[in-house]
Design a protein around this ligand. Structure first.
Ligand code: SF4
Length: 185
């Protein structure tokens, strides 16, 4: 965990999918008076080296904004069980809904453990993901905030900030199935 700056606003747990998506989300939350606590919980990402690479890039963002980071364990086998039967789904199908549910359930549990009333996710930054699908999964859990981070030019801003910080931007979503379908090597 990194040292956090003086906390002044309302705490919110921010589930983070990767460093680039965290940039404009963090910027917006701080501008709106929040003090984000970053939670990297992404057992969907495969292989583990890729998971750690994305985490390392989040640390660059956390340092830039002086925010604390919590690293969740990488439980890819458990995640595979959660999406079992949907390995062949195309992106945006049921597998992705189950994936969102898996990660958001962990974020909800972490927020409760820390006594943080609200949580949100950077998953909504991507213009390749439907925010309504993410929201419908998030509504299952108390404290979920339906913040659409792609609004207010969040996606464009994330690209600009990622360039500024020299962040790694992956070419596929995260799991081995999305990598297969993207044709990434
Ligand atoms: S494509 Fe992305 S959102 Fe869908 S299951 Fe894979 S990692 Fe999760």
């Amino acid at each position: 965990m990194l040292a956090s700056r003086l906390l002044m606003g309302k705490r919110i747990l921010l589930h983070v999918c990767c460093g680039p998506c965290s940039t404009s989300s963090v910027e917006r939350l701080i501008a709106e008076g929040y003090e984000p606590v970053l939670f990297f919980s992404d057992s969907n990402i495969f292989p583990r080296e890729e998971f750690m690479k994305r985490y390392d890039n989040l640390l660059i963002v956390a340092e830039r904004y002086g925010l604390p980071v919590i690293l969740d364990s990488w439980d890819h086998q458990e995640w595979l069980e959660a999406v079992k039967g949907h390995e062949g789904d195309r992106e945006h199908g049921e597998r992705c809904s189950l994936c969102f549910r898996f990660n958001l359930s962990r974020a909800a549990a972490e927020a409760e453990k820390l006594g943080i009333d609200e949580f949100a996710t950077t998953l909504t930054v991507s213009r390749f993901k439907r925010s309504e699908t993410i929201f419908s999964e998030g509504r299952r859990f108390p404290g979920f905030q339906e913040i659409d981070f792609k609004k207010k030019d969040g996606f464009g801003r994330s690209i600009a900030l990622s360039k500024e910080l020299g962040l790694y931007r992956q070419s596929w979503c995260g799991c081995e199935f999305s990598r297969r379908d993207s044709g990434a090597s």
